[in-house]
Design a binder for this molecule. Structure first.
Ligand code: HPA
Ligand code: ZN
Length: 325
């Protein structure tokens, strides 16, 4: 099974580039940029990665980004991910970045972040043969006004930024808070997605669909608490980008055996398997596939279905998807 999972071509649809900052790279960048870190070495960083919930993870995750300062840092981070993904037979990746996390720090421009990532994506396509789409995620714990200012900056980068997403602290920051921002993003022709139904209840998924008009839901595992919502998601084939290792690390499910992914698949939902923040949650896409395969006793057909779903749930044009199906 391990060989089979590794060999099958896959698309990664839920990946935060800041979440690929491995402890070794964090230490090295801290050193080269003279940014002090509260850890003596990479092993102690890893030891600190025990999270109680989404917020306790986000606090550590946003702190770690302090080592990313220059365009080259964003380039190196992105290149390291693409190399890893290619080795795992990821053929297409739709990648999130959080510009507000960086521009809120002294002296870091939107263009520094965006150009560093973009240059790596271009070089990576040539070097590793991976196609990509870049998604700007709006931080939902900040105001809609601040989000709109960030969206405004993205308008000059429409050739680089394919879409807009919504991440960070979900509870207390429902999709409805970003109605105007998504209205603008959709009008400007951006693809739109949103994290919903990770910690937030099913109503957050309804809001993402009906108020924000997103084409895809990130996580969405709590949809199973609302039968009407499941019916709607199945009928409209709205994809859900599920991240199994993330969900267990953040205690959305008490264990992988309790994860509802197989139930979602059997219910006919367009579910995919993704890695979210692999440097923090213990694995990239193949480790996620392996973890669910073992815990939920999945057979080859299930694995094939996830891989097929990953291309069908992507924003690749139909004729390109066809190559992988
Ligand atoms: N949820 C919300 N915000 C995030 C996540 C997540 O899983 N990963 C990185 N930012
Ligand atoms: Zn995420």
């Amino acid at each position: 099974m391990k060989t089979f999972i590794k060999a099958i071509p896959k698309a990664e649809l839920h990946l935060h580039i800041e979440g690929t900052l491995e402890p070794e790279m964090m230490m090295a960048m801290g050193k080269r940029n003279s940014v002090p870190l509260p850890y003596p070495d990479a092993a102690s960083v890893r030891k600190a990665y025990a999270f109680d919930d989404l917020q306790s993870f986000l606090d550590i995750y946003y702190n770690a980004t302090s080592v990313l300062l220059h365009e080259q840092d964003f380039y190196d981070l992105t290149t390291a991910y693409l190399k890893k993904a290619a080795a795992q037979n990821v053929r297409h990746a739709e990648i999130f970045f959080d510009p507000q996390t960086h521009t809120s720090r002294e002296g870091i421009a939107f263009s520094t972040v965006t150009k560093g990532i973009h240059r790596a994506l271009q070089d990576g396509e040539k070097q590793f043969g991976i196609t990509t789409k870049l998604f700007l995620c709006i931080l939902r714990h900040l105001s809609e006004k601040e989000g709109l200012e960030t969206l405004e900056q993205a308008l000059d980068y429409k050739n680089i930024i394919a879409g807009i997403g919504l991440d960070s602290s979900e509870l207390g920051n429902p999709p409805n808070k970003f109605k105007e921002l998504y209205k603008r993003a959709n009008k400007e022709g951006f693809l739109t997605v949103a994290h919903a139904g990770e910690e937030g209840h099913a109503d957050y998924i309804w809001q993402a669909l009906n108020t924000l008009h997103v084409a895809r839901i990130d996580h969405g595992v709590r949809c199973m608490e609302d039968e009407k919502l499941v019916e709607k998601l199945v009928a409209s084939k709205v994809p859900l980008t599920v991240c199994p290792l993330s969900n267990v690390k953040l205690h959305i499910f008490p264990s992988m055996k309790k994860h509802n992914l197989k139930k979602m698949l059997d219910r006919g939902l367009l579910v995919t398997v993704n890695s979210d923040d692999p440097a923090y949650f213990g694995g990239y896409i193949n480790e996620n596939y392996m973890a669910v395969q073992q815990a939920l006793n999945l057979d080859r057909q299930d694995i094939i279905q996830f891989a097929v779903n990953s291309f069908n749930a992507s924003f690749l044009p139909q004729e390109t998807r066809q190559r992988y199906l």
